[in-house]
Design a binder for this molecule. Structure first.
Ligand SMILES: *[C@@H]1O[C@H](CO)[C@@H](O)[C@H](O)[C@H]1NC(C)=O
Ligand SMILES: *[C@@H]1O[C@H](CO)[C@@H](O)[C@H](O)[C@H]1NC(C)=O
Ligand SMILES: *[C@@H]1O[C@H](CO)[C@@H](O)[C@H](O)[C@H]1NC(C)=O
Ligand SMILES: *[C@@H]1O[C@H](CO)[C@@H](O)[C@H](O)[C@H]1NC(C)=O
Ligand SMILES: *[C@@H]1O[C@H](CO)[C@@H](O)[C@H](O)[C@H]1NC(C)=O
Ligand SMILES: *[C@@H]1O[C@H](CO)[C@@H](O)[C@H](O)[C@H]1NC(C)=O
Ligand SMILES: *[C@@H]1O[C@H](CO)[C@@H](O)[C@H](O)[C@H]1NC(C)=O
Ligand SMILES: [Cu+2]
Length: 576
């Protein structure tokens, strides 16, 4: 270690010592100090070389492993030269630290080039989570990774396994994130298109590598960076696979050839075990599945990642499930599984319905709610630009982050016009292209009474194209919600709530809204702060598919100086 970085560490250790109470209530709770440099680097995750945003030279970034109750301190230095950044800790509720949520424009001013920003938060629940950039479309550029929160040693989980492994799934484009964003924002709309390849643990294979240019340096199939990911298993053992999707666009189906899996965890909640042949996983979701290495150990098997919900334009992503006695890179003698049919909505809908709370870990939801908000999800036009909207409003971020505006009492920095609670569900036809697709933009927010119970109904509809409705994985910051219902067709506010599952609903932070369907969520607005709720498809959120909730902001403590300094928010000036 260079002496300068040694002193840097020493400095932060001393800082931490001074911040932590002398005797903590959880005796073993640790503080993990991570020093991250965010930088562009040439990488070849699918053999094609391009600029990728890395953390300490890695994409996916380093896995954060901690134990429930631990404190994580991430000292982020932005070395992107010309771009701001912000990092979101997806699935971590940030209780008491809403300014560490990492949502640029909502909870903080973005971190400027050359600046260092310290995220500090407690991982209060065990489970599998992720982190990723929450600024522009930087998640697509490679800034993402896994968070594993282990149970304390004396705590038993409701399942047993021998080994614990990670799988990060992603879709990958060769165009830069800026080029994609510029296309989406143009009057002459440029869609990002289907991904060039699918990555498993940051590795894939671009099928057209040999066509990628006369200069073979651009794409070299023998580059060790793009050799397939390998998961090695000892025959007879049980493996817990922790799976996260940091996908930008695609919904995936993950299949482990010849091995059924049992879903045991979803977004940090224990699942009443469900045995499945393959797993549908949407962007922003995390799962743990158990598999047993009980097949013929004389060969390897495929890990197959297939696009579902959109007509695939990308070949199956593969990794190798390696039985210990075989060479790890030996290709299986078979063809990779192709998964379920991409447009089999019922198959995916059915799997969504099957994910319920483990009976021993049910947290019963409130029987009733104080407020019902219905969000119609539509694709729209605004002055000729293609957008996404909820209830006819396409979301835009204000220059001054909401948390700062509300705490520092800055007025006129975002719209005060209340955002719409519903749409004209009686006369709206979700099955057609609307005669008038024009919507409006707004950066207003939803104020939720602190401690109240809120129902959110997400309603899907037809896009601007005939007979087309997409899957939208919605992600809530700062809270988990109970998934109380899924339906196909139009939600009926009279009859459908009577069929909500209030017995054993799963608690999640990300949930799919299926094509032409609806999804009903219930949550308690009990975490003071300002929280984004949005479609986790990177391009859709960029095009306005999101809202912001505020609750109990008066209970939020003094904001750290470091989040201030953009828009109308000024750093507090102190005079010596
Ligand atoms: C590979 O190249 C062919 C021929 O140009 C093209 O049709 C196809 O879409 C390409 N596939 C990918 C994944 O880029
Ligand atoms: C491709 O990569 C292999 C392995 O790193 C290397 O030996 C070879 O020279 C590379 N080919 C080209 C054309 O750069
Ligand atoms: C996987 O599950 C299916 C359906 O339950 C069953 O038919 C099949 O035999 C199982 N495969 C293995 C390898 O256990
Ligand atoms: C629905 O899911 C359950 C549980 O996973 C499964 O047993 C059943 O066969 C599925 N039905 C359909 C129609 O896919
Ligand atoms: C939608 O807005 C555009 C201008 O942005 C306008 O030309 C068009 O007439 C509007 N469409 C309808 C159906 O009102
Ligand atoms: C959205 O706004 C347009 C233009 O005002 C209107 O024609 C349309 O009915 C609205 N759609 C919804 C879902 O409210
Ligand atoms: C849309 O779907 C309907 C009903 O399935 C069908 O009758 C119609 O031909 C389809 N239209 C197009 C353009 O595919
Ligand atoms: Cu979406």
């Amino acid at each position: 270690m260079k002496s300068s970085s040694f002193f840097f560490f020493l400095f932060f250790f001393l800082l931490l010592l001074s911040l932590s109470p002398p005797s903590s209530s959880i005796a073993e709770a640790k503080t993990h100090l991570l020093k991250w440099e965010i930088k562009y680097a040439f990488k070849s995750p699918d053999c094609f070389t391009k600029l990728v945003i890395t953390i300490n030279g890695l994409s996916p970034g380093p896995t954060i492993t901690a134990t429930q109750g631990d404190t994580i301190v991430v000292v982020v230095t932005n070395l992107l030269e010309t771009e701001n950044t912000a990092i979101h800790w997806h699935g971590i509720r940030q209780i008491g630290t809403p300014w560490s949520d990492g949502t640029g424009g909502v909870t903080q001013c973005p971190i400027q080039p050359g600046d260092t920003f310290v995220y500090k938060f407690v991982v209060d629940r065990p489970g599998t989570y992720m982190y990723h950039a929450h600024y522009g479309m930087q998640r697509s550029a490679g800034l993402h990774g896994m968070i594993r929160v282990m149970v304390p040693q004396e705590t038993k989980e409701p399942f047993d396994y021998d080994y614990d492994r990670s799988i990060v799934v992603n879709d990958w484009w060769h165009k830069s994130a800026q080029e994609q964003a510029a296309g989406l924002a143009a009057l002459n709309f440029g869609w990002v298109g289907e991904p060039q390849s699918l990555l498993i643990n940051g590795r894939g294979k671009f099928i057209n590598c040999s066509l990628a240019g006369a200069n073979s340096n651009v794409c070299n199939i023998s580059n060790p960076e793009c050799s397939p990911a390998v998961i090695t298993m000892i025959p007879g053992k049980i493996y817990r696979l922790r799976i996260i999707s940091v996908s930008s666009l695609s919904a995936f189906n993950l299949e482990l050839e010849g091995h059924n899996m049992t879903i045991v965890e979803a977004d940090g909640s224990y699942v009443n075990p469900v045995a499945v042949k393959n797993l549908n996983i949407y962007s922003g979701e995390s799962y743990s599945v158990l598999i047993k290495a009980d097949q013929d150990p004389s060969r390897n098997y495929w890990v197959a990642l297939n696009v579902v919900s959109r007509k695939p334009g990308t070949p199956t992503g593969t990794a190798i499930l390696n039985y210990f006695s075989n060479h790890p890179s030996k290709s299986p003698p078979t063809r990779p599984p192709i998964g379920p049919s991409w447009n089999d909505v019922l198959y995916r809908f059915n799997q969504s319905l099957a994910i319920r709370s483990h009976p021993n870990y049910i947290e019963p939801p409130p029987r009733t709610s104080d407020r019902v908000i219905i969000f119609l999800n539509t694709q729209n036009k605004i002055n000729g630009y293609v957008k996404w909207a909820v209830n006819n409003v396409s979301f835009t971020l204000p220059d001054t982050p909401y948390l700062i505006a509300l705490k520092e009492k800055l007025t006129h920095v975002f719209s005060q016009k209340p955002a719409p609670e519903t749409y004209d569900y009686k006369s709206y036809d979700i099955g057609i292209v609307q005669p008038n697709p024009n919507a409006t933009t707004s950066n207003s927010l939803y104020k939720l009474d602190y401690g109240s119970t809120v129902d959110i109904i997400l309603q899907n509809a037809n896009t601007l194209n005939v007979n087309n409705s997409e899957t939208h994985p919605w992600h809530l910051h700062g809270h988990d919600f109970w998934v109380v219902g899924y339906g196909l067709g139009k939600f009926d506010p009279e009859s459908d709530p009577k069929r909500y599952n209030l017995v054993d609903p799963i608690k999640k932070n990300t949930v799919p809204l299926h094509p032409y369907g609806w999804t009903a969520l219930r949550f308690r607005a009990d975490n003071p702060g300002v929280w984004a709720f949005h479609c986790h498809v990177e391009a859709h959120f960029f095009m306005g598919m999101g809202v912001v909730f505020e609750t109990g902001v008066e209970k939020v403590g003094r904001l750290p100086e470091s989040i201030l300094g953009c828009g109308k928010s000024k750093k507090h000036t102190s005079y010596p």
